[in-house]
Design a protein around this ligand. Structure first.
Ligand SMILES: Nc1ncnc2c1ncn2[C@@H]1O[C@H](COP(=O)(O)OP(=O)(O)O)[C@@H](O)[C@H]1O
Ligand SMILES: [Mg+2]
Length: 337
């Protein structure tokens, strides 16, 4: 659990309401993020979970105005309470290329992605890349930036930082590279870190180390974390609140205890069943939710999860009345209870 807790009278750090992010395609408009609302308090960890394609990454990218073209935020608000300012700023209204947005990115909201190799530049040393991130946001000279880079490398648990600072990304292991990404993201002490599947590409032992590191740094620096993952198991120890997404929508949200001990949505229940539990008799295969996420252009009317739902209501039988000639019969769920 995150160490910094908010009291209820305080304002949240970020309040997302009715967020809608769309991609126009040749076949129609894809609602990648569809009426999404949740909030993140200062210092809190919010886990955002759901299978691939549910809109988690696009939600994260929307918060930074980094939605890839031709996608765009079409509606809703992203109220961001910046340090020292009374009134919130609606990021949904800030132009992606504006000076203001550049100031917020990295400085106040930072993001790390699943695959560090695609975010790190192979031709620069890791020290240069961390120093560059520092110089971009703070008025410091190169020497100071290098010293700070070494400090950050040490802080994320990379041994021999004075040597490592001059190494190139390919000289580091996957786990070390993800540590470098965390160092770059945290070098300007953001108030929110968006971690998009930060450990998916790593093996389990390294995964646990990197998650542990994020937790430690959060306790030290007090930032909030939005932890995006397809694996509900990853957030059990880390999250305070959990947001479950399916087909672009939030289908359930609550505290980590609500979600783990009293999941209400059959989708959440399905995700929970597919987490391996240490000590439980191993099954041949873990149960997984049958079927796949529907195509965003052909979502069913009503609940998007219906085709895969174990609790799906059966086809309506004749109800409320005599079915054979006569009586008053109606075929509608409204009249079944
Ligand atoms: N560049 C794009 N062009 C068109 N549609 C996209 C693009 N990126 C994402 N989408 C749509 O948005 C949906 C959500 O994507 P994403 O947020 O990346 O899912 P997740 O991170 O949950 O796996 C996808 O299913 C896809 O339909
Ligand atoms: Mg994603």
């Amino acid at each position: 659990m995150a160490s910094v807790q908010n009291t209820s009278h305080e304002k949240p750090l970020l309040e997302i309401s009715g967020l809608k992010t769309v991609f126009p395609t040749d076949d129609g408009i894809v609602n990648a993020v569809n009426d999404v609302s949740f909030k993140i308090d200062r210092g809190q960890t919010v886990g955002v979970v759901g299978e691939s394609g549910c809109g988690k990454s696009i939600t994260g990218l929307s918060l930074l105005q980094l939605v890839p073209s031709p996608g765009r935020i079409e509606g809703g608000e992203i109220q961001f309470y910046r340090n020292g300012e009374e009134a919130p700023l609606d990021i949904a209204q800030v132009s992606p290329r504006s000076e203001l947005m550049r100031e917020i990115r990295g400085n106040e909201i930072a993001i790390i992605f699943q695959e560090p190799m695609t975010s790190l530049n192979p031709v620069y040393t890791i020290g240069n890349q961390i120093a560059e991130a520092i110089v971009l946001h703070e008025q410091v000279d190169k020497k100071t930036a290098r010293e700070r880079a070494i400090e950050m490398i040490a802080r994320v648990g990379i041994p021999a930082p004075t040597q490592r600072v001059d190494e190139y990304p390919h000289q580091l292991s996957g786990g070390m590279r993800q540590r470098v990404m965390i160092a770059m993201a945290l070098c300007c002490s953001p108030t929110l870190l968006i971690a998009d599947e930060p450990t998916t590409a790593l093996d389990v032992t390294i995964q646990a180390q990197v998650l542990g590191l994020m937790q430690e740094l959060q306790a030290e620096m007090g930032m909030a974390i939005m932890l995006i993952t397809h694996d509900l198991g990853v957030i059990a120890d880390l999250a305070d609140e959990v947001v479950v997404m399916y087909a672009g929508r939030v289908v359930e949200k609550g505290t980590v205890d609500d979600i783990f001990y009293n999941p209400l949505h059959p989708y959440t229940q399905g995700l929970l069943k597919s987490i391996p539990v240490l000590g439980r008799t191993p099954q041949k295969t873990l149960p997984s939710i049958p079927g796949t996420v529907p195509h965003p252009l052909t979502l069913p009317v009503g609940c998007s999860f219906q085709a895969r739902c174990s609790e799906r209501m059966p086809e309506l039988e004749e109800v409320n009345g005599e079915t054979e000639n006569g009586g008053h019969a109606v075929r509608c769920w409204l009249h079944t209870f």
